[in-house]
Ligand binder design. Sequence first.
Ligand SMILES: [Fe+2]
Ligand SMILES: [Fe+2]
Length: 251
Amino acid sequence: MQPTAAATFAAPLDAVGPESPRWSAWRRHFERNKRRPLPRVDDAGEIPNAWRAPLSRSLARFQLGEGGEGRIAKEIWRVRLPGIDDDYRVALGHFVAEEGRHARILGAMVRALGGELLRNQWTEALFVRGRRLAGTRMKLLVLLAAEVIGIGFYGLLADRLPEGDIRRALREIAADEQSHLQFHRAYFRTETTSAFRRALFVATWRTVATAACATVLLDHRATLVALGIPSDRAARRLLDLIARVEDDVLA
Ligand SMILES: [Fe+2]
Ligand SMILES: [Fe+2]
């Protein structure tokens, strides 16, 4: 049985603690991941015809988002944040590259479904605009929210799809997003060392993550309906993840 998003929340790197983030371990983790071959996604014959168009539209929107996070990898070398070092900066660059790999896999899924890739889209434009206006910390928080969306949505879709290339590839991406979430969470653990900073994190995290999840639920509602995924189940999964991230950062 494939693990659910909640069941896979704690991975081996969970041992990385708030006092000693061990960014070198994350650097090695991403370097190992880089050696993986791309999963094969050239057949979508198992996907029911009625699901193909809405599913490919949703995957094309995610494809756009996965490919649009490059700036932070350069910006991180120009800022001084407590608790990070050059290993963190290199790991963040690898993380961005891994998101680019997700974009390539999602692109293959869209093509296999007979869909078309997008050049721009309003929710992605909103995320990009928000990130560019924000400081580095806020950008990292938005990335943390994006991991919640990725884990929740890719997991929901994979749970619903029949066994095949697309389902397997979505599970692989969702597993990567779990690791990304832990990577960003490790950073925010180093950030939330005082009562004030913890309160600030809670207020900002709840606002950003809830707004991001509501936007995505709205944007992908046609796909949820087409695949017969109740929107309240999708919302519950995302809200559970938001609450767990908060608990884990503050733990
Ligand atoms: Fe991703
Ligand atoms: Fe990610």
